[in-house]
Design a protein around this ligand. Structure first.
Ligand SMILES: *[C@@H]1O[C@H](CO)[C@@H](O)[C@H](O)[C@H]1NC(C)=O
Ligand SMILES: *[C@@H]1O[C@H](CO)[C@@H](O)[C@H](O)[C@H]1NC(C)=O
Length: 266
């Protein structure tokens, strides 16, 4: 028991922590003190410390500190910089054309010879350009429902859902797709035909969930065409309960650049 606790503690103290939540908690602990000694403690803050930005958009980050007389403040980032504003104990930086998934931005402030830093994380996302549910096609005793979701980013954070009336009939998370390019997703669903479904609106939905930010896009509703019912097809339909489902994904890196170059600046 004691040794298990010890191993757990060692794991918790291990420096090879995963990036993400625990990295966030360690912020502020990163201190570079050249002389060491009697400098007063001061804090450095980047606000907001997490922000999801529409692909190609811009964001302002405010780096402030408790240092009464900062000797310097600097920002380290791979994102493109825009304007800068500053006040007594803060500098606000504009970052442009955000298109990287999870970009870390570091701000350093020097106070009485001591430099402290802190980190914020900026994430780009893209609402689908379109969500289209094709008119259903009857093949044998099944309808094929095909939903196209175009230009999504990052694809792994989307969930695609099919609804009949208000009810979810199928939902799939795309988390197994880890690519970081703009993607097109096609969901194909085989729906056994049942008389009760005629006239019901079917819709397709794409939902992105990023740390609390939820973006939802929906298709226009479609209804099932009524087939020419024969007694044989009714018998077949009532025994057919299994539905086949597939997600098809097209990913395009070139497409991402082209898409962004076609956008007016945000
Ligand atoms: C930046 O933060 C400081 C301290 O919280 C605040 O006084 C200042 O108004 C902020 N500047 C901008 C541009 O938001
Ligand atoms: C995604 O779909 C759009 C619209 O149908 C199309 O223009 C684009 O080329 C597709 N992208 C890829 C990577 O297939």
């Amino acid at each position: 028991m004691g040794s298990v606790l010890l191993v757990l503690l060692l794991l918790l103290l291990s420096p090879s922590y995963p990036r993400g939540g625990s990295a966030r908690r360690r912020r502020g602990a990163r201190t570079q003190s050249p002389g060491g000694s009697s400098h007063p403690q001061f804090w450095v803050r980047l606000s907001p410390d997490f922000k999801a930005v529409p692909l190609g958009g811009s964001v302002w980050l405010n780096c402030s500190s408790s240092c009464p007389l900062p000797e310097g403040s600097s920002l380290r980032t791979e994102l493109r910089r825009g304007e800068t504003l500053s006040g007594p104990r803060w500098v606000s930086y504009q970052l442009l054309d955000v298109r990287a998934w999870n970009s870390d931005v570091h701000c350093f402030v020097t106070c009485a010879g001591e430099t402290r830093g802190t980190t914020a994380r900026i994430t780009a996302y893209k609402q689908p350009s379109s969500v289209i549910l094709e008119p259903p096609v009857l093949m044998g005793s099944d309808y094929t429902l095909r939903c196209h979701v175009t230009h999504v980013f990052p694809v792994g954070f989307f969930v695609v859902t099919l609804r009949r009336g208000g009810r979810v009939i199928y939902s799939e998370s795309l988390e197994r797709f880890t690519g970081l390019d703009l993607a097109n997703v096609t969901l194909t669903y085989l729906l056994p035909s049942r008389p009760g479904d005629f006239g019901q609106p079917f819709t397709c939905h794409a939902r992105l969930n990023l740390d609390g930010l939820v973006v939802l896009s929906s298709s226009a509703p479609v209804t099932l065409p009524v087939p020419a019912w024969s007694p044989a097809s009714i018998a077949l339909a009532s025994t057919s309960i299994a539905a086949f489902v597939g997600i098809f994904l097209v990913v395009g890196a070139l497409c991402l650049r082209k898409y962004l170059s076609m956008q007016p600046p945000a």
